[in-house]
Design a protein around this ligand. Structure first.
Ligand code: ADP
Ligand code: MG
Length: 180
């Protein structure tokens, strides 16, 4: 369903250019659980951001369901991100002043039901009225996973989702991701 062809990406800061991705080609099937491994700085986050439409490649092509993204405009990337991708980050990226039940983009009643259902799915049904500061790291990452699932995405991307967690909680989060 996803195909990367000769993807290149580099970053220039001041007079220094760093190649983050150098001709990466890889294909992913419809149903697949894939782990990308590599040392810090090897381009894993860059690759995930490009696959998730959060960042754009310099050259090469990303083909989604057989359709080239070479001519994609901002609105095409927005639709792709909103409808097909769920993203989980190492640092959770929750909004401090909102309870975990808050969800934008759909009607009030529907978003309440969908948020509760997603939080139940990740085992947080009893914690829906808490704010991030009232949760443990593992619980915050469960909220982030629930958020990533809310639009029922075809692709769930997770960038070092257990990087900030202890080993026991990491196993629970990986089990949850595997189950999903
Ligand atoms: P990883 O996730 O594997 O640790 P990254 O994709 O974050 O690697 O980074 C790959 C390389 O690109 C690193 O050398 C990093 O410094 C560089 N890089 C990543 N993002 C930026 C950026 N926004 N600006 C400049 N350089 C960047
Ligand atoms: Mg990274």
């Amino acid at each position: 369903m996803l195909q990367l062809l000769n993807i290149c990406k580099s970053y220039t800061t001041a007079d220094f250019t760093q190649t983050a991705l150098d001709n990466v080609s890889v294909s992913f099937r419809d149903n697949e659980f894939v782990a990308i491994l590599g040392p810090s700085g090897s381009g894993k986050t860059t690759l995930l951001n490009i696959v998730g439409g959060l960042d754009h490649y310099d050259s090469g092509n990303l083909i989604i369901d057989g359709i080239s993204t070479e001519q994609y405009k901002d609105k095409d990337w927005d639709a792709y991100r909103n409808n097909r991708i769920g993203f989980v980050f190492q640092s959770y990226k929750l909004i401090p002043h909102q309870t975990v039940l808050t969800l934008s983009g759909v009607s009030r009643a529907e978003r309440h039901d969908r948020a509760v259902a997603a939080l139940q799915k990740v085992g947080l049904g009893d914690h829906v009225n808490k704010k991030p500061s009232q949760l443990s790291g593992g619980q915050m990452q469960r909220v982030a996973i629930a958020r990533a699932l809310i639009n029922d995405p075809e692709i769930l991307l997770a960038d070092e989702p257990t990087g900030a967690l202890d080993s026991k909680t990491s196993v629970q989060i990986m089990d949850l991701l595997t189950e999903i």
